[in-house]
Structure formats: C-alpha cells, structure tokens
Design a protein around this ligand. Structure first.
Ligand SMILES: Cc1cc2nc3c(=O)[nH]c(=O)nc-3n(C[C@H](O)[C@H](O)[C@H](O)COP(=O)(O)OP(=O)(O)OC[C@H]3O[C@@H](n4cnc5c(N)ncnc54)[C@H](O)[C@@H]3O)c2cc1C
Length: 298
C-alpha cells in the first residue's frame, strides 16, 4: 500500500513524507520512513490514532538505539514523540516521566534530586518508552524492578493506565504490542541509595568493556538461558569478523559496529553469519535482541 496524504488525519504536529532519519539512529544506516509523524502533544496524537485507517502500519520510534532500519526503508508511519512528551512530575510516592525522555537525563535528574534506584539507566542510551517496551536493563536491574505503571495509547483500546504486573515483563520482553504507544510512566523511588551505585563508576565500567562511542545497536543477541552470548560468539571464532562495513567488535563480541559506511544489509547479514557459526559450534540458537524494521534492498 502506498500512502496518500489525503488519507492522513489533519494534525497540529509535523508530518514529513519520505523521512530519512537514519542519521538519528545509533547505527546511522537505513532507508526512509514513508511518513513520519511528530505529534504536537497528547491530544494531537490521540486524534491522529483515532482517525487513522487501521490498515496503515505504525512504528513507534524512540532513540533508535536498539533498532536497525533496513536499507529499503519502512512502509507505513513512524511516530516520534517530541520534547513535549519528556516532562517529569514528582508525586508523594512516585515520579512520573514522559516517554521521550532519555534515560541518561532521567538518571541525572534523579541523582540531583536525591531519588535513588535509577542509576543503572544512565548507561542505556535509549528513551524511557523504548526501555520499558524492551524491559531494558544492566548490572542486575531492569525496568520491571522500578516501574509502577505506564500510560499507553492503544490503537484499538485507546488511553489506558496499566500496572507493571499486567505487562508480563521478562528478560528484554513485555506484552506491550508493537502498535501501542507509551506516553509516560510512573516509577517508585527510594530516598536511600540501597544499590550503592554511582553513575560515574557505572560509566567508567562501561567505557572499559563496551564500544559505546561507536556506531552500534548495543547487544546484538539476547543471552540464552544459562549462557553469555558474547562468550558463545567468541568461542565460535567471530571476534573481529567483518562483512562490508560491519564488524563484530573486538572489545565486546556481542556488539556489531558500523565501522566503515556499512549498510543495514551488511549489519544484518553479519549478524546472521555469527548466528549460524555459533549454532554450528555450540548447538545454541541465538535470538536477535536488536529489532529490525523495514525492507531490505536486496
Ligand atoms: C551503546 C549501547 C549500549 C546499550 N546498552 C544496553 C544495556 O546495557 N541494556 C539494555 O537493555 N539495552 C542496551 N542497549 C539497547 C538500547 O539502548 C535499549 O534497548 C533502549 O532501551 C532502547 O530504547 P530506544 O528509545 O532507543 O528504543 P528504539 O530502539 O527506538 O525502539 C525499541 C523498541 O521500543 C519501541 N518504542 C520506542 N519508544 C516507544 C514508546 N514511546 N512507546 C512504545 N514503544 C516504543 C519501538 O517501537 C521498538 O519496538 C544499548 C544500546 C547501545 C547503542
């Protein structure tokens, strides 16, 4: 289906046809979205979703730090929440945070206001919305440990507040469907630093072990139960393996980096080679953690 702007509801926010947002993705690859919508505010977004033909696919975009946009681009509408969706409100027992706020900004805000328990978020370079959807985590903590409730705009059910225990949050997975938009989230907080974690120490630790200054999508594969993906990849002889402009990081073998003008196809094909080498070597099937959207140019 090719999109005609005539079918698109009138909005106050930005509608950008043939939107190339590859430069804002962490991998810096990929083709354009057929249409990009940046709602002005919640009312604008609700009006858009309520009036959009339900056969037109939508893709919710965060900081694109866990997403590979394929070279042929994405048919359908990308929805990107602007800064009007990044507000923080403090209540007696919890903090409410807008979904487009970057984790790092939230972690810093929390630290400056003596709210503890969010330090781990400082190293995850996504948004609050993307991180809830992925149940992102590190250093023994993930989103499910701090989340109280999310406000979601569901394409069929409309606006809803959903408690964490209804979201089936497991390792890098939730039951939030791909066309539901997280608008904000409420987190419980502690005024005591029980974890004894400090943002600066976590940053140093990460810098030493992960290629965080490269073009990458973070961990390429999920850790299979009882195994470490990086170790399986290492044992299969894939450290430094390259294809086109993509390479398995020498610093952390579960990271693929765009080191020399890679295409999305280079990155995905290299990941698939790694997957099959690991399977041949260990009998273990790796599952992609990085999400791939759109069409390839092959
Ligand atoms: C250097 C580096 C280090 C990383 N380290 C970690 C780590 O330690 N732990 C970890 O878990 N991950 C890590 N990641 C992966 C990534 O940062 C996380 O998965 C992050 O939470 C994704 O957030 P995002 O906003 O970038 O999401 P995107 O990549 O933009 O999207 C991811 C998914 O979330 C959905 N989504 C985004 N926003 C919303 C919303 N508002 N409502 C509904 N759905 C939404 C998208 O549709 C998509 O399905 C790392 C990535 C990089 C590049």
């Amino acid at each position: 289906m090719s999109l005609s702007l005539k079918k698109i509801p009138k909005v106050r926010g930005n509608l950008i046809p043939n939107a190339d947002i590859s430069s804002s993705s962490w991998f810096k690859v990929g083709g354009p979205f057929e249409l990009l919508f940046e709602p002005e505010d919640e009312l604008d977004l609700v009006h858009f979703i309520e009036n959009l033909c339900d056969r037109i696919p939508i893709f919710i975009i965060g900081a694109l730090s866990n997403t590979l946009i394929r070279d042929g681009g994405v048919k359908g509408i990308g929805i990107k929440l602007n800064d009007n969706f990044s507000k923080i409100k403090i209540y007696k027992n919890y903090i409410e945070v807008g979904a487009s706020l970057l984790n790092m900004k939230f972690a810093r805000y929390a630290k400056n206001n003596n709210f503890y328990g969010y330090e781990f978020l400082s190293g995850i370079p996504g948004t609050i919305g993307g991180s809830i959807k992925m149940n992102s985590g590190c250093y023994g903590k993930d989103m499910s440990d701090i989340l109280y409730e999310v406000k979601i705009l569901d394409r069929t059910k409309g606006l809803n507040n959903i408690k964490r225990n209804k979201l089936d949050m497991t390792y890098r997975k939730t039951s939030i469907n791909d066309e539901s938009i997280i608008l904000s989230a409420k987190f419980r907080y502690s005024s005591e630093n029980k974890d004894k974690k400090n943002i600066l120490d976590l940053k140093q630790q990460r810098k030493k072990t992960q290629p965080i200054n490269k073009l990458t999508g973070g961990s390429t594969f999920k850790n299979p139960s009882g195994y470490k993906a990086w170790k399986l990849i290492e044992e299969a002889g894939c450290r430094g393996l390259s294809l086109g402009g993509a390479k398995v990081s020498e610093m952390h073998t579960n990271f693929i980096i765009n080191y020399n003008n890679a295409t999305a196809n280079d990155i995905e094909s290299l990941g698939n080679i790694v997957k099959s080498r690991v399977y041949k070597n260990s009998g273990i099937k790796l599952e992609w953690e990085i999400l791939k959207i759109g069409f390839s140019n092959k």
